[in-house]
Design a protein around this ligand. Structure first.
Ligand SMILES: [Fe+2]
Ligand SMILES: [Fe+2]
Length: 156
């Protein structure tokens, strides 16, 4: 395991993506309303902090680079839709027959988004960012995520 301070932004983003994937697994398997509601809250906490921190420390510095710009703009749109769907899932009773369908659509969108990030976007980002920047952005990501999670907890 790489020390947290030395982790590159790519490793950190991938680790978060795994956490989110396993939360989706658990949600898909869940049956009772209390478990579902708890998992939605957890997913929201993870996903919003991840997306927001990712946007600030990774997307924004990459955006001026011509070869990544279109991908970043698309990813920003996806973050916006993910956040909206997440809100809609949160507002839906876990007992509603629609709950699983709504979860599935959110999951598919997130999976598509993650695939593009870890594939095309990381590849292009690697041609823009040097090794020192990968680590620097990694450290900034951890700090930013911590700050956002504290704000989310305070608002909950
Ligand atoms: Fe991500
Ligand atoms: Fe993202």
């Amino acid at each position: 395991m790489v020390g947290a301070m030395q982790a590159s932004i790519y490793e950190l983003l991938k680790a978060d993506h795994k956490t989110v994937a396993s939360l989706f697994e658990a949600m898909e398997a869940s049956e009772d309303a209390a478990t579902r509601t708890g998992l939605v809250a957890k997913l929201k906490h993870e996903l919003l902090a991840h997306s927001e921190a990712e946007d600030i420390v990774f997307y924004q510095p990459l955006k001026p680079a011509e070869k990544v710009r279109a991908l970043i703009l698309e990813a920003e749109e996806e973050h916006r839709v993910v956040s909206r769907l997440l809100g809609e899932l949160e507002r839906l009773s876990a007992e509603n027959e629609r709950w699983k369908a709504r979860l599935t659509v959110l999951r598919e969108l997130v999976e598509h988004h993650v695939e593009e990030e870890e594939g095309e976007m990381f590849k292009k980002a690697r041609s823009v960012l040097g090794r020192a920047q990968e680590l620097e952005i990694g450290a900034a990501f951890l700090a930013e995520k911590k700050r956002i999670q504290a704000a989310l907890r305070a608002a909950a």
